[in-house]
Design a protein around this ligand. Structure first.
Ligand SMILES: Cc1cc2nc3c(=O)[nH]c(=O)nc-3n(C[C@H](O)[C@H](O)[C@H](O)COP(=O)(O)O)c2cc1C
Length: 153
């Protein structure tokens, strides 16, 4: 099974830490949206797409990358995100993103999210929200998620 992880992590490397943990279980390299070459899609059995949440949305470059991909046929994908606060019910980032991937023909086989250090705006003044996260427990959960994915193959 060959996997790759495309990860946008622009603030503190929170999402990248999750991507690296998942990647170490899957034996997958982690690349930025700019580094991913859509022409290589066919090489992979499983593709992970993840991002921090910025202004109530996933990274626009990652979303544009997905929008630019050619149609695929039942290729497995998974999604993940880190954010300052849990996603609001009216704006389910990962569910909406999964729907974008499914429109492209991906089978979205799993999703993972956790909190990450958030120093956006005035939060900086108090040292940020979710200090130390993702923490050891978050990484352990990410590892469990990756093992679940690996178990499919
Ligand atoms: C510019 C900016 C906007 C953000 N907007 C949100 C937001 O709308 N909702 C939220 O829960 N967290 C928000 N955050 C917090 C990030 O989602 C959180 O810190 C995340 O873990 C960052 O991941 P990264 O270190 O991989 O970039 C924002 C952070 C930044 C820097």
């Amino acid at each position: 099974m060959k996997a790759v992880i495309v990860c946008a992590s622009k603030s503190h490397g929170n999402t990248r830490a999750i991507a690296d943990e998942i990647g170490s279980v899957l034996g997958a390299k982690v690349v930025t949206p700019g580094e991913f070459n859509p022409a290589e899609l066919g090489e992979y059995d499983l593709i992970g797409f993840g991002s921090g949440v910025y202004f109530m949305s996933l990274d626009p470059v990652l979303r544009q990358l997905v929008a630019s991909l050619p149609q695929v046929y039942g290729k497995d994908a998974f999604v993940f995100a880190t954010s300052g606060i849990a996603e609001p019910g009216l704006r389910p980032y990962l569910r909406n993103f999964s729907a974008d991937l499914e429109e492209k023909g991906f089978d979205v086989v799993g999703g993972f999210s956790c909190r990450g250090l958030d120093t956006m705006g005035p939060l900086k003044l108090i040292g940020g929200l979710n200090k130390g996260r993702p923490n050891a427990d978050d990484l352990e959960s990410a590892r469990g998620f990756a093992e679940m994915l690996l178990g499919r193959y």
